[in-house]
Design a protein around this ligand. Sequence first.
Ligand code: ADP
Length: 397
Amino acid sequence: MKVLVINCGSSSLKYQVIDSESEKVLAKGLCERIGIDGRLVYQNVSKGLDKEVTDAAMPTHKEAVQMVLDALVNDKTGALSDLSEIEAVGHRVVHGGEKFTSSVVITEEVINAVEECNDLAPLHNPANIIGIRACQALMPNVPMVAVFDTAFHQTMPSKAYMYGVPYECYENYKVRKYGFHGTSHSFVSKRACELNGTDYDKTKTIVCHLGNGASICAVENGKSVDTSMGLSPLEGLIMGTRSGDIDPSAVEFIAKKENLDFAGVMNLLNKKSGVEGISGVSSDFRDLKAASDEGNERAQLAIEMFCYRVAKYVGSYIAAMNGVDVIAFTAGIGENTGWLREKVCNYFGYLGLKLDDEANKVAGEDKLISASDSKVKVYCVPTNEELAIARETVALV
Ligand code: ADP
């Protein structure tokens, strides 16, 4: 079955067409600057062709989806001979609140329920719904599935997801930890257990999803039992430009000092903080490493802070699960930076965790990176959220 996977943002739309039997990507790309001017990036992967970039007006997501569909059946570079080959569409949806504990086939009822979660993800959910509507308008007879970033974490026990605020905030407004990157944490934890040759339902795994957005998840016997992101993706690790955990009093303090309103402080915490805000160099770890190697002290500090926070979360999840069998590193930073994995793992010598220095040079490949006598097995596992969405979609249609 050929599945179109859609990940829609407010002004962008990433897509892939995946053949579910071979699990190969046939075509992929993105639409950018939707509603501004518009640009389509398209690549026929199955024929090994180069990326094509086309500037074209995309006033709304509907025109963007239309451009993608046209590109897919283009005479010269199309990856499909006919659009009827697309038998299902899988949509990434960011926030499913407490309503969605797994992926679902999209109906009007589902869209209404996703809309009810808009408050919880005001930047993401409305864009996801626009993407769904645009695809429905152009492919009315193709079944569609919503795959939620939050669903995997709905197994967390209440002691992990509740905040220490008045219970009414939970009852009335559903203020609690939800967690994100669920599709990735689920995919990577399963794959790590597969590589480890252990039963997913009997393994304690910690996944470090370290990308521009970053989160950690404790997966005990196949279920998420805790994760570092919260009500929103701002909680937890220090990220590219997000602060992660801070004392909430700092919000009021900074607001007063900088004369900012709530939106202003939230913008500061989401877009101007993290390793970029600390270093003043970049949110990208390639730039940070280069600056750090040249002696830039703030870049060095940002890297140390990032690794320390990762290690503290891993440590706390070892306590939460009363042990750990497997630690997996994934996403842009986790998959590509042996030096950073080493810095994090150095905090766990007391557990008998030992890396294999040669194996830890790996980038972007599945690999065991711990030494043969390490008490905890450590893996590099590239994440593949699109493939995970395609699998879920096929399973449901
Ligand atoms: P997101 O999906 O959250 O945008 P990614 O998982 O794509 O993030 O990760 C992007 C980040 O990964 C970059 O900002 C950069 O810091 C880091 N990264 C990617 N490739 C490398 C590399 N080869 N070396 C070091 N860092 C890398």
